[in-house]
Design a protein around this ligand. Structure first.
Ligand SMILES: Cc1cc2nc3c(=O)[nH]c(=O)nc-3n(C[C@H](O)[C@H](O)[C@H](O)COP(=O)(O)O)c2cc1C
Ligand code: SF4
Length: 444
């Protein structure tokens, strides 16, 4: 079976060719994942906040470290979003855009500024005309707003951490943000949402995942003052932003949140997980409670992720006996949250892991009520047309699928280069990789 799995995950000669065979393989491993062979569920439009998402495929936020120094779209940004417009996906969730100069994770991070709002309008307009010409619909577009918190960097790439709470392991220069700084961050995020609405985005996402500032706030259990300790205090900044945006723009902009179901560390370092002896236990009590409050405050869509979407929750998964366990954990989490929080639409994360069968799992999850939209990250960098194929009821071409090598992450994390798919979109990213990624990572 190990061989079969390896074939299914490599681009050359996959042994498992049909979703039925794939579903059979999952069953043999007692992997209870939904598979919908026709993928018809993906074609169903979804109404959100008075607008229509034309189909259920979501391209997840994928930052490229390649905006201009003022945060506006560069040629590479245009290139990426034109590719997404040609994909046929109904929802494009734009990458993280900083809400403050001291909240950029890299000097080339996307950011709206008052003089440059129309540059984003032009990009959105071009995407609309590509998509209208090719598919006859307009994509729904969300902009992710964030402060990078602990991983913020200055224009010279020097670390400029803004922590939400103190950790024992923190170096001396890491000082937790004051309450006053957090109040300012709330205002900054609200004013960036107003600019996003002017630019023509349909929705904004107040990012609360992957350990960035608002995500870290959620586990500020031992922080003193207005924003730490109790559940009410730890969620206060996020909820004030939600209320503030609603008060400024009414219903003309839809509100969404990308939220960690669980962090990579258990309570009290993280949220959504606790430790019992040496065993990590998923504990969705607080994530579920927060999702219910967000819904009641008018948030229409929640995109569920985790601190490390590719990390198996309970130790290292054995690919031979438990294939896809990491992605499965994340799908089970969104299923559980959705079950407990009706009345809001959920997006799942991590479907690239299933390569050409990701869309069939996405369609199965929608059919069985696990989530409402199927979210794909790396697959969209590697092979944006996978969406078009799946929407036509065809299994995407396995030779063109993301091979899960994570070279795109390697490009951005050292801060060396713009990020994209090195393997399936080699011009220009393979040359960036050869030039910028050092030594053995690069086979040199
Ligand atoms: C190059 C790259 C950039 C990313 N940028 C963002 C981002 O800006 N915001 C975000 O929430 N997630 C970001 N992610 C995470 C993805 O949205 C997604 O959750 C992750 O890749 C797992 O999904 P997948 O298995 O479908 O790729 C990024 C991932 C990659 C590979
Ligand atoms: S670089 Fe690797 S992991 Fe990233 S999108 Fe391309 S094939 Fe996938």
């Amino acid at each position: 079976m190990k061989d079969v799995m390896n074939h299914a995950k490599t681009p050359d000669g996959p042994a498992i060719r049909s979703p039925e065979a794939f579903a059979g393989m999952l069953r043999k491993h007692d992997m209870d994942l939904p598979v919908e062979e026709s993928m018809a569920e993906l074609r169903k439009p979804l109404r959100i906040g008075g607008k229509t998402i034309p189909n259920r495929i979501c391209i997840q936020p994928l930052e490229g470290y390649d905006s201009r120094s003022d945060g506006s779209p560069s040629d590479l940004v245009y290139r990426r979003y034109r590719r997404f417009a040609r994909s046929g996906a109904g929802l494009v969730w734009f990458e993280s855009a900083a809400v403050a100069d001291d909240g950029k994770s890299n000097p080339r991070q996307m950011m709206l500024t008052p003089g440059r709002v129309s540059d984003f309008g032009s990009l959105l307009g071009e995407m609309d005309s590509i998509c209208q010409d090719q598919f006859g619909f307009r994509q729904y577009k969300v902009l992710q707003l964030t402060h990078s918190g602990r991983v913020s960097r200055g224009t010279d790439w020097a670390p400029k951490p803004l922590a939400a709470r103190a950790l024992e392991t923190d170096p001396d220069e890491t000082v937790p943000a004051s309450d006053e700084r957090i109040f300012r961050l709330i205002e900054e995020t609200i004013s960036h949402a107003v600019m996003a609405e002017e630019a023509g985005f349909d929705a904004v996402d107040i990012k609360a995942c992957h350990g960035y500032f608002l995500s870290e706030m959620l586990s500020a259990f031992d922080r003193k003052g207005e924003f730490g300790g109790s559940f009410e205090n730890r969620t206060k900044a996020l909820l004030k932003i939600v209320d503030g945006i609603r008060a400024r723009v009414g219903d003309s902009l839809t509100l969404t949140v990308r939220l960690n179901a669980y962090d990579s560390a258990p309570y009290p370092k993280g949220w959504g997980l606790r430790e019992d002896g040496n065993v990590l236990i998923l504990d969705l009590t607080e994530p579920v409670k927060l999702c219910g409050i967000l819904r009641d405050r008018g948030v229409r869509m929640i995109d569920i992720s985790a601190s490390q979407p590719r990390q198996h929750l309970f130790g290292t998964a054995d690919e031979a006996t438990e294939p896809f366990a990491d992605a499965r954990d994340l799908l089970m989490a969104v299923k559980e949250i959705k079950k407990q929080v009706p009345g809001v639409s959920f997006v799942c994360s991590g479907l690239s892991q299933f390569r050409q069968f990701g869309p069939a799992i996405g369609a199965g999850g929608i059919r069985d009520g696990w989530f409402d939209l199927a979210g794909f990250g790396r697959q969209a960098l590697a092979y944006p047309e996978f969406a078009r194929e799946a929407l036509a009821g065809r299994i995407p071409d396995s030779d063109r699928c993301c091979v899960l090598c994570n070279s795109c992450f390697r490009l951005m994390y050292p801060g060396l280069s713009a990020a994209g798919c090195v393997v399936k979109d080699p011009d220009p990213y393979a040359s960036f990789y050869r030039r910028n990624v050092p030594g053995k990572e690069n086979g040199k």
